[in-house]
Design a binder for this molecule. Sequence first.
Ligand SMILES: *Cc1c(COP(=O)(O)O)cnc(C)c1O
Length: 236
Amino acid sequence: MEKSSISIFDDNYKEITQNIARAAQKSGRSYEDITLLAATKTVDVNVINHAIASGVNVIGENRVQEFLSKYEEYIPVRKHFIGHLQTNKVKDIIDKVELIHSVDSYRLAEEISRQAVKRSITIDILLEINIGDEQSKSGFSYAEASAAVEKIAQLDGIKIKGLMAIPPICENSQQNRPYFAKMKKLFIDIDNKKIDNSSMDILSMGMSDDYEVAIEEGANLVRLGTALFGRRDYSI
Ligand SMILES: *Cc1c(COP(=O)(O)O)cnc(C)c1O
């Protein structure tokens, strides 16, 4: 079982790095400009460590419980939190991750600020944008995004590093292209405002089914689970 998970990864990783390089070139960039984050939910730590040893240098977990259970066993790697974060769980991960992608409310930002200040640290975050205006998803709307950056940037212990989005699930990757383009425009618009204590460095968008399109439209961080590790037995 484990052996095959590892060889699945090896095959996928090679192909994905080539796909990323090609998509980056199409948008006037190169492979080095794109961060590949391995989304590791449900993946065994041994397989994750193999991925890290193979060159993956950023991993993202999206459940606090699962993250904490694996945390001690990872070989050195940059760790991001990418899933919905409940305010009462902030304290459990705040000093263990380099970046929180999924700040989807002012209330959550306030709690991150409070916990960071308590520890005299500064936490890098991305604001999650509900780019498809979907009822089922949390996050700031396109319309309120800029005001949210201005407001949250004023909180102590927080530095806004960019934006993250999960567009609607589509049947083919091209359908998400307009959402990615809209995100890129928002990213540039906010950057141009030069809001204190924020910088638009990271545009986190694109998953297994649409990462190439996301990169073509300007993503510089893609979050890949299935494409790297194969299908999960169950979805989260
Ligand atoms: C699981 C997950 C991903 C990766 O999804 P895949 O479709 O398996 O690539 C990306 N981002 C978030 C927030 C996730 O929870």
